[in-house]
Design a protein around this ligand. Sequence first.
Ligand code: 2P0
Length: 350
Amino acid sequence: MADSTIYQASTTAPVNIAVVKYWGKRDPKQNLPTNSSISVTLSQKDLRTHTTAACSASFPKEDTLRLNSSPQDVSGARTQACFRELRALRSAVEAADHSLPKLSTLPLRIVSENNFPTAAGLASSAAGFAALVRAIANLYELPSSPTELSKIARQGSGSACRSLFGGYVAWQMGSKNDGSDSVAVEVAPASHWPTMRALILVVSAEKKGVSSTSGMQITVATSKLFKQRAEVVVPEHMELMEKAILSKDFESFATVTMMDSNSFHATCADTFPPIFYLNDVSKAAIRVVEDINKKAGKIIAAYTFDAGPNAVIYFEEENLDVVAGTLKAILGELDGWQGNQIKVQGTEGV
Ligand code: 2P0
């Protein structure tokens, strides 16, 4: 009789918001980027994916994935790459120890839930693939480090490699063609800078018009500004950002964050046909942050925007009232206003 044991493991993964942005692939198949990036991991209390991975000989033969109760297509190259690589690692472990159950040959059943709206453009693919990879790695009891797993999560979605760590995380672009050095590493744990906060302004919860994957491909192919960004601007921003984080220099952190967001959206506007992710409310948020900083006489808040109109505002806890209060007073009638402070996620529990 076939063994009907169900093996399973669960995990959660947080959302990360880049302060030096990933935009452009030198190898679209493996998600190898044209530049390095740095992100801040947000608290799982507010934004996270919870995933359970299970396998059993009693399951139907096909691998399955449900996200927020809806069946998802797992036949895409990205999900398949994650399944394949994790199975290969488990298979090597099984080959070294014949007493272990042969989980690598069993069908997988993955169940994921986000505690935030998937459609809101809040980096759901980053938390999603990070949770999927770590849940299966836990199920297979793989000894892999987060940096090792980041190589697999990267193939699911580039930004997912950074969600395997808490705190401040760099994705080193690497230079090898096989992707073995394109990995995420910790710059500093959240505990290094415990006063850092993020505030999310959901300007629009609609799905974005141009997906990141196709948008960045058109940028690489058509924008002349892009080369300057990838080769000159980002390397400079990476160096300044790492220094700002390590020395907890908020003004420098904020300046680079805002300039890098602006540089990324400038290359989007320089794409042909142009890509516009910011709308009038996004631009109003930029002006409010500028006013807050002008009134304070120093930089106490920083805006950043990904591939959509929603703003993430970074600030230090002591400035919560003035930053959140001013933004709310001017923009607070928005449907998706999320005025709660969001802490930076610690490494513990990640
Ligand atoms: C980032 N973004 O660094 C940048 C900033 C959007 C703007 O990473 O094609 O969903 O799956 O590798 O990771 C969004 O791109 O793209 C992204 P794929 P991904 O966070």
